[in-house]
Design a binder for this molecule. Structure first.
Ligand code: NDP
Length: 295
């Protein structure tokens, strides 16, 4: 038996279409056009690709995209001044500073300068704290998308055993909080965890967010489990001269054991920008004092 493939591409396209519908509705009924400002510092090629894709999808959803590019050697005070300007701009409802920042810039300080109401990356300590306290919060897009993908397989995660491998502020920690909100029972694993394969085998839901190619093997997976592979790892070019993207899960092995698996690419990565659009729409409605949108 082979597992179901969770098609992030299709699920993300559907989510983007629902966002676009809601954007059209708030424009029509409330003269509100959500705006997302993305700040790119330096010229890291991977970041440039992400930023371009975010801007394109923002516009495709009917929102306004503001793009700001600063040189890698920008003074921290200039970056903070731009963030302050965006905080004050009523046409901007979401602010995202693309990470990682070049050396010499303190990302914690920059994130803390963003108005929490516009923090669509969900990384501001106020949003992280609200999420951890079980309150409404802007939530980092990748874990948010990972939960949506899981719920296409199981509408309710209540009482399920979940393991989250990785505890970063961007992925692992917020994912743990979202799973708790779904009433799952969560094990948090990291680089000091003992006997990870054994822990993994007890999980109905496996989330791999490590950054180690194909670390999670087929024999770590409980038969029928849902496997959400957050990892994106680029392998060096092989004999054919082409480099390859792989996740943190040995996909072919997992497909033989699991109930459902996300592919890499075409899984979680697809959801990240779609969920960023959801956050921007939610932030715009909250700032304008409107009820939360129906996405
Ligand atoms: P980080 O490097 O910030 O965190 C990695 C986590 O993995 C850490 O908590 C670390 O533990 C843990 N870890 C490292 N080695 C092991 C090990 N041998 N066993 C168990 N745990 C281990 O990475 P991110 O969270 O930012 O990203 C994780 C992966 O997700 C990366 O591949 C990244 O590219 C991908 N990613 C994908 C996105 C998407 O859109 N799909 C978006 C963001 C990230 P410790 O805390 O002890 O050091």
């Amino acid at each position: 038996m082979t597992a179901q493939i969770i098609d992030g591409k299709v699920i993300a396209a559907d989510l983007r279409a629902r966002v676009a519908q809601e954007v059209a509705r708030v424009q029509r009924d409330h003269a509100l056009t959500p705006g997302l400002a993305v700040v790119l510092v330096g010229s890291d090629p991977a970041s440039e690709v992400y930023v371009r894709s975010k801007a394109k999808q923002t516009r495709a959803a009917g929102m306004v995209s503001f793009e700001h590019t600063l040189p890698a050697d920008v003074a921290e005070s200039d970056l903070l001044a731009l963030v302050a300007q965006l905080n004050a701009d009523p046409s901007v409802h979401g602010i995202l500073v693309q990470l990682p920042l070049p050396r010499g810039l303190d990302s914690q300080k920059v994130i803390a300068a963003i108005d929490p109401a516009k923090d669509v990356d969900g990384l501001h300590p106020v949003n992280a704290g609200r999420l951890a306290s079980g309150f409404n919060a802007l939530t980092p897009s990748t874990p948010f998308g990972s939960i949506i993908l899981t719920k296409t397989v199981h509408a309710s995660l209540e009482g399920m055993n979940a393991i989250v491998i990785g505890r970063s502020n961007l992925v692992g920690r917020p994912l743990v909080q979202l799973l708790l909100n779904e009433n799952a029972t969560v094990t948090i694993a990291h680089s000091r965890t003992r006997d990870l394969p054994q822990l993994c085998r007890q999980a109905d839901l496996v989330y791999a967010a490590v950054g180690r190619p194909e670390m999670v093997r087929g024999d770590w997976i409980k038969p029928g489990a849902v496997v959400i592979d957050v990892g994106i790892n680029r392998l060096p070019a092989g004999a054919d001269g082409k480099s390859r993207l792989v996740g943190d899960v040995a996909y072919d092995e997992a497909m033989q054991v699991a109930g459902a698996v996300t592919p890499v690419p075409g899984g979680v990565g697809q959801m990240t920008v779609a969920c960023l659009l959801v956050n921007t729409l939610r932030a715009a409605c909250a700032i304008k004092g409107l009820p939360a949108p129906a996405v």
